[in-house]
Write a protein that binds this ligand. Structure first.
Ligand code: ADP
Ligand code: MG
Length: 550
């Protein structure tokens, strides 16, 4: 085949511009990304070979090999993993497949610091393009396992790439970086070894380093999670977290344990300290990786953790799972259901511990990032409901900070039977709204709920202890049963006859717009406010649903 020219997807071109010109902070990122791709490629092959062992023929031990050519000023990262054919090269190395990529590139263009950019890149996982941080030309030579034809992909990272057929005696991928002027440090074996030790030592695959005739095995082979806790330093945990989660922050929590007995498995879970940008993206990748006896099975399974814990990163390695289990079979696996239940319990108990820390700020920052996700569990998972209600924190009229439901309950007034809340989009607007004036005047605390999810879990949960949740925008929110702290000033009370006339007038005037007009105790300063009738939908919910229909 002759040479074919292809243009990069527009987002990729813009991304390459940024990558090539403005990421000065830590260029070693590219090495970590390319090694992690090589390792993914070997994992994929190993998994396919469980059912198609012939794919492994003629390949030797799965490994990554880095070789430097000082004369030619190139660094090559080679693997004998799954490889890519022509279609793979075009779609994987020419586009950003994931939805939201346009938004991602926009955020990237507006990110101020180099760290912020690198962090965005890490989160989105557009790792391959980081090669252009250090190279002004990249050649990818690849042959897919089970196929005979090899392919060469070449680009200088400015808008186009070419593809042609090529000789490649063995399966796998070879990525050659033609280093830019000034990037010669990537030809120094010692420098490369240092970076690998720092970022890739836990890659569960041998990494070889070739410098001229010299060849060296540079990483440890034991998977980190198989070691015991006491053998692992905090720094190793952090580096592993960054590797597996494609993240740059510190883990906020690290949960590492071995379960033995009825089911044998090891879990190494992390909760990030920063909120990943795609947390609310409906088709974001699952965050947990599943292994069976150290063999990577999938990171696409919703069965390992429920969606409301999708911020948890890390892995689960099971001794009992069938190695050749198909992804479809996973869904029906009772074993996995048990592991899932155990993981949920473990995560919730860790959160419970952290919620009781003397220093509240750390837990509150966790809640600020992930509380809205955790609250999805209130209606999706009745079994975890009580636990989550204890973990939940809210804004309220009773405090400037976060309050728990237990805090609220302890402050309830004599005669108060319900937990009052108001839901809306903006905290300050809610705090100023006319509907809560009467509550404020009586010293009754009102929860200010601003997450869209709040409208969905409240009807499902109904109660905390004996107290039911009740919206202040409903007419049923009755204040007369609660003892007032302030003396009411009788001189301000409206004269009843005048009121009747006014109400009749309003009812007639607004007969098509409102169901009823009533005298209310809930107002102190404002003249009137809109509320929903007790049996009707909460006003904010109605508005949300109307927006969704459009
Ligand atoms: P990600 O790894 O997050 O998918 P990358 O930009 O790092 O994003 O890689 C894009 C895709 O290119 C990968 O998903 C994979 O399909 C393909 N790819 C990259 N490197 C290799 C490799 N060494 N072997 C096989 N496929 C690869
Ligand atoms: Mg990658």
């Amino acid at each position: 085949m002759s040479l074919e020219r292809h243009g990069f997807q527009a987002e990729v071109s813009r991304l390459l511009q940024i990558v090539a010109h403005s990421l000065y902070s830590d260029k070693s990122v590219f090495l970590r990304e390319l090694i992690s791709n090589a390792s993914d490629a070997c994992d994929k092959l190993r998994y396919l070979a469980l059912t198609q062992p012939e794919l492994l023929e003629g390949g030797g031990e799965l490994a990554v090999t880095l070789s430097v050519d000082k004369g030619g000023k190139t660094l090559t990262i080679a693997d004998n993993g799954i490889g890519m054919n022509k279609d793979d090269l075009i779609s994987h190395l020419g586009t950003i497949a994931r939805s939201g990529s346009a938004k991602f590139v926009e955020e990237l263009e507006s990110a101020k610091s180099a760290e912020a950019k690198v962090s965005l890149i890490g989160q989105f996982g557009v790792g391959f393009y980081s090669a252009f941080m250090v190279a002004d030309k990249v050649t990818v030579l690849s042959r897919k396992a089970g196929e005979t034809q090899g392919w060469r992909w070449i680009s200088d990272g400015t808008g186009e790439f070419t593809i042609e057929t090529a000789e490649k005696p063995q399966r796998g991928t070879e990525i050659t970086l033609h280093l830019k002027k000034g990037e010669e440090e990537w030809l120094e074996a010692a420098r490369l070894e240092h970076i690998i030790a720092k970022h890739s030592e836990h890659v569960a695959l041998p990494i070889h380093l070739k410098d001229g005739a010299e060849e060296k095995h540079v990483n440890q082979k034991a998977a980190l999670w198989t070691k015991s806790k006491s053998e692992i330093t905090e720094e190793q945990y952090r580096d592993f977290y960054r590797h597996i989660a494609h993240a740059w922050d510190e883990p906020w929590a690290t949960i590492h344990y071995k379960a033995e007995g009825k089911i044998d498995y090891t879990a190494l879970l992390f909760i990030p300290s920063q909120r990943p940008m795609d947390l609310f993206n409906p088709d974001r990748k699952q965050s947990l990786k599943l292994y069976a006896k150290r063999v990577f099975i999938t990171d696409q399974s919703d069965e390992i953790l429920p969606g409301w814990l999708r911020f948890v990163r890390g892995l689960v390695d099971s001794e009992d799972l069938q190695l050749n289990i198909s992804r479809e079979m996973l869904q029906a696996s009772p074993l996995l259901a048990k592991i899932r239940a155990a993981l949920v319990k473990r995560v919730l108990s860790e959160l419970g511990k952290r919620a009781n820390d003397e220093d509240k700020t750390s837990y509150e920052s966790f809640w600020g990032h992930f509380g809205a996700v955790l609250k999805e569990g209130l209606y999706e998972d009745p079994a975890s409901r009580d636990e989550i209600l204890k973990l939940a924190r809210f804004r309220s009229t009773g405090s400037d900070g976060w309050v728990s439901l237990a805090d609220y309950a302890a402050r309830m007034k004599e005669g108060q039977k319900a937990i009052y809340y108001i839901a809306g989009d903006q905290l300050d607007a809610l705090a100023r709204s006319a509907q809560i004036e009467g509550f404020k005047a009586k010293g009754i605390e009102v929860l200010l709920l601003t997450d869209p999810i709040d409208e969905f879990w409240i009807p499902a949960v109904e109660k905390f202890g004996e107290a039911e949740f009740r919206s202040v925008t409903r007419a049923g929110a009755d204040l007369s049963e609660v003892k007032s702290e302030q003396k009411t000033d009788d001189s301000k009370k409206p004269v009843a006859e005048n009121l009747d006339a006014l109400i009749s007038f309003l009812k007639v005037t607004y007969k098509d717009a409102v169901k009823d007009v009533r005298v209310s105790e809930r107002l102190t300063d404002s003249a009137c406010c809109l509320v929903a009738d007790s049996g009707d939908m909460d006003m904010h919910l109605e508005r949300l649903l109307r927006q969704h229909k459009r």
